[in-house]
Design a protein around this ligand. Structure first.
Ligand code: 5MM
Length: 342
């Protein structure tokens, strides 16, 4: 195993108060977000959008790594400079989403299994040659009165563990993402119980597949009430439930945890991360950071609207959101800082 290289990549990804930018929306997800924002859904608009992101001034001061989609790694600016090269020049490690989406899990109505293990070894070798040094695989777990089923959790966590083992063998740091979805009326406790169960099974499977816990980053959901639960939880309560859940299930050997935002507003995702740092200062065995997609990109996408004349203001917003997440990592974020962008 290329332990030195894996360890250096992890150090870069977790450095200082920086975090990861997930810009790995697959074609379907990207088109869905463009449609909602009134942006034409073509490959050229995907390219222009990603150019706006990777050329945002100062991005490298806030972002340590960017997760890309396969389409994006072959794309370049209008001047012909590859996005991967722009990121590297800005000091941002380029990474790649290697799962191939989800499909219905046979035998488990309403549940999904993530695809992409076939041929993964060869794809990882190609990605390594292209200079990509970390990867991401997302498993999706739903909550309902009867879900998730044990078979769904086990199948998905087994796939995550096999993916992680292949990544480490290839010299690529695996970002391991078991996402418990926010959809549904469930309460905070239900999310806590399911997230805890999922993470226990995950670490059992990682152990079973000889994955070295020192060379991976966990990308979990925060512990939150479901989106249609009428009773919101306070910021401190979410921070407490999330950290306690992680303390129960994530070994101290894991170097870092980078949260997904999962459909929370950008402001709330930032405030929750901040509260974890304020309330648990000095008590956490791992680095706690962010790997947001929507919570960093969404406000910028809404300003960009697919128009050249909006690029500069959208880039400022992207930088603004990422720098607020840096402040949250330091435990220094306040809602008043939201107003600095006008
Ligand atoms: C959960 O999604 C990941 C984090 O994004 P949010 O912070 O918005 O929750 C994200 O990296 C996701 O995996 C990508 O957007 C790709 O999603 P699809 O559905 O296109 O594979």
């Amino acid at each position: 195993m290329k332990t030195k290289e894996l360890s250096n990549t992890i150090k870069s990804l977790l450095a200082g108060d920086k975090g990861l930018l997930a810009m790995d929306e697959s074609t379907g997800t990207c088109n869905k977000r463009f449609e909602e924002a009134g942006i034409p859904q073509t490959i050229e608009y995907h390219r222009a959008y990603r150019e706006m992101i990777v050329t945002a001034p100062g991005l490298g001061k806030c972002i340590s790594g960017a997760i890309l989609f396969d389409e994006t790694i072959h794309q370049a600016t209008k001047e012909g400079v590859l996005f991967i090269d722009i990121l590297k020049k800005a000091g941002i490690v380029p990474g790649i989403k290697v799962d191939e989406g989800t499909t219905d899990l046979a035998g488990f109505p309403g549940e999904k299994i993530t695809l992409g293990l076939d041929g993964l070894k060869e794809r990882l070798a190609r990605y390594y040659q292209l200079g990509l040094r970390f990867a991401k695989w997302r498993a999706v777990i739903s909550i309902s009165s009867v879900l998730p089923g044990r078979g769904c959790i086990e199948a998905n966590m087994h796939a995550l563990a096999r993916y992680a083992a292949l990544c480490q063998e290839a010299g690529i740091v695996p970002i391991v993402e078991p996402e418990v979805l926010m959809d549904g009326p469930h309460d905070l406790k239900k999310c806590f119980d399911v997230t805890s169960r999922v993470q226990h099974v995950l670490f059992d499977q990682l152990y079973g597949q000889n994955v070295n816990l020192k060379y991976l980053i966990l990308k979990p959901n925060m512990v939150l009430p479901g989106l249609s639960n009428p009773k919101p939880a306070s910021i401190d309560k979410v921070a407490e439930a999330t950290v306690n859940c992680l303390l129960q299930s994530v070994p101290a050997m894991v170097p870092g945890i980078a949260f997904l935002s999962g459909g929370q507003s950008a402001e709330l995702a930032t405030a929750h991360l901040n509260a974890m740092h304020v309330n648990f200062k000095g008590k956490l065995p791992w680095a706690l950071t962010f790997s947001f997609a929507r919570a960093i990109q969404q406000p910028a996408m809404e300003l960009w609207k697919g128009k050249d004349e909006n690029v500069a203001v959208a880039q400022k917003m992207l930088y603004h959101r990422a720098s607020l997440d840096n402040a949250a990592r330091r435990g220094e974020y306040t809602p008043e800082m939201e107003r600095v962008f006008v």
